[in-house]
Write a protein that binds this ligand. Structure first.
Ligand SMILES: Nc1ncnc2c1ncn2[C@@H]1O[C@H](COP(=O)(O)OP(=O)(O)OP(=O)(O)O)[C@@H](O)[C@H]1O
Ligand SMILES: [Mg+2]
Length: 502
């Protein structure tokens, strides 16, 4: 067993698993197989009190229990840890008895395993064998499996019992073979490698939409926040890092057909540490926000959560100031015909988003401005156009210009001019062009998308300002991309995703 660093006292943030909405059984599509036993046995991870009897190595009919390693993948999602160390004992590996299907982890006492916990140990490494092994483990409620330096995680769509304080304690400083495969083992290894080798680390999480990438990224962040100590400043920084999740999810996640909380942007979170291993700063890089979702999406999908949160959670004063009504009243929201998400309370989530805004340091005025822009986008979408006699677009009802112009603090005449006309400028002359209805709709939507994406960048920038540091040190990075999807109608964002996969 290797204990490389002293144990830091666990903080008290992650008591009962993640608080960021792991909704039991809310999956659309990708559910458990029909033949799954209803009350599957939960793995008893880390119970060290009663060890199974260890027979002598020569005992017939015994099988070597598999050695757990490190790094991660998920049934659908995969985690790569680029610098993985292996500490595999070569001699004296205990051999455990098997009673037909009963196999115990070779070192974690009394911990039953299903299949092999590292798939390089499969007799034949084929797709069939891998899927069979993952399925076997999944049916036994074991969602993590190693495959060499990679960890595979299958989305369980229910809260698993092995993400508690006990597991945080168990995986801290432990060598990977000591315990069952786990995302905490990966996070711990990453953190300790950073300290011991004095090198930056990163984990790459990939997989299809709904695979559990974002949940896994949050487990890693929570784990690191728990095991790295610190005073008031560090605690504040941890709060900013953790609260940036609900904030950016409110503005960057949406209900899709596959996932009720689908990330519609990619995110690389770097946590910077002092030489002593305490978080001192952080940086978020965001990319490829699917801004087309603001103006268009498939049926049964929603736009970004914040629109519905604002409509549901605003108090009467806010409703009056921002001209808010229920989502059915806004063309941008009503087109997909889906307004609620099972198991999600938009009112409560709105409160959490507002709290997160305060924690990351947005002033009251900035918060007000953000909500003003969100509401202005909804009102912009209600502006419609008709064709006049000369085939040019004019605003159908000019009263619809007033409120978005008021919220954006611009002149409604100027807004009308920008929506229905375009200026071409060359080095010689300046030409005012009038648009047709199709072009006017396009410029209205472009304005809405542009506003939204700049507002999102502003939020990321504010989070980064709250985490900025000049202290030199090392960092761990977590890359959480957004899962691949093909819609009936695909925009540029989907083309970029295809490019990424190719
Ligand atoms: N470890 C887990 N335990 C319990 N539920 C989980 C777990 N991982 C994922 N889920 C469930 O699956 C849902 C989808 O997971 P998540 O949002 O992480 O997927 P994703 O891979 O990030 O998808 P996308 O690419 O669309 O963002 C979660 O909202 C949660 O309900
Ligand atoms: Mg995600």
């Amino acid at each position: 067993m290797l204990r490389k660093t002293g144990r830091s006292k666990p903080a008290s943030v992650l008591d009962s698993g993640p608080s960021w909405g792991v909704h039991d059984q809310q999956l659309v599509g990708n559910t458990r197989p029909a033949d799954e036993p209803k009350s599957a046995t939960l793995p008893r991870m880390g119970k060290k009190s009663r060890a199974p009897a260890i027979p002598p190595p020569s005992e017939p009919n015994s099988r070597l229990a598999k050695v757990g390693r490190s790094a991660i993948t998920t049934g659908m999602a995969t985690f790569h840890h680029p610098r993985r160390k292996f500490h595999i004992p070569c001699k004296g590996r205990p051999i455990l008895p098997i009673d037909d299907d009963e196999v115990y982890h070779w070192q974690s006492h009394n911990v039953k395993t299903a299949g092999v916990d590292d798939m390089v140990l499969l007799s034949r490494v084929t797709e069939d064998e891998i899927v069979t092994n993952l399925r076997k483990r999944y049916l036994d409620d074991q969602i993590f499996t190693y495959i060499g330096p990679v960890l595979v995680s299958v989305n369980p769509f229910k809260t698993m019992p092995y993400f508690t304080d006990k597991e945080i304690e168990l995986y801290q400083g432990a060598a990977s073979y000591e315990n069952q495969p786990h995302i905490f083992a990966l996070a711990d290894n990453m953190y300790r490698n950073m300290l011991i080798d004095a090198e930056n680390q990163c984990v790459i999480i990939s997989g299809e939409s709904g695979a559990g990438k974002t949940v896994a990224a949050k487990y890693i962040m929570n784990y690191i926040a728990r095991v790295s100590g610190g005073g008031d400043r560090v605690r504040h920084l941890k709060d900013v890092i953790l609260e940036s999740n609900p904030l950016l999810e409110a503005f960057g996640n949406a209900k899709s057909v596959r996932n009720n909380n689908s990330s519609r942007f990619g995110k690389y979170v770097e946590i910077q540490f002092s030489a002593g291993g305490q978080p001192v700063g952080g940086k978020i890089s965001n990319f490829l926000l699917e801004k087309s979702r603001v103006v268009m999406r498939s049926r049964h999908e929603r736009s970004f959560h914040i629109f519905y949160q604002l409509c549901a959670g605003a108090d009467s004063r806010m409703e009056e100031q921002l001209g808010l009504a229920s989502p059915e009243n806004y063309a941008y929201l009503s087109q997909s015909g889906t307004y609620t998400v099972e198991g999600t309370n938009d009112v409560q989530e709105f409160q959490e988003t507002m709290k997160a805004m305060s924690v990351v340091g947005l002033s009251d005025q900035e918060q007000k401005n953000i909500l003003q822009i969100v509401s202005a986008i909804l009102h912009l979408g209600n502006i419609s156009f008709v064709e006049d006699r000369s085939n040019f677009a004019s605003v159908h009802d000019e009263r619809y210009l007033d409120f978005p112009a008021f919220l954006l603090e611009i002149d409604s005449v100027a807004l009308k001019a920008k929506l229905t006309g375009r200026v071409f400028e060359s080095h010689r002359e300046r030409v005012n062009m009038t648009l047709n209805v199709e072009q006017a709709c396009y410029s209205r939507d472009a304005l809405a998308k542009g506003l939204y994406s700049r507002m999102f960048d502003f939020l990321v920038q504010k989070v980064n300002t709250a985490m900025v540091t000049t202290t030199p040190g090392y960092s761990t990075g977590i890359l959480d991309i957004y899962g691949f999807e093909i819609f009936e109608k695909n925009g540029f964002e989907q083309a970029s995703e295809i490019g990424k996969i190719i």
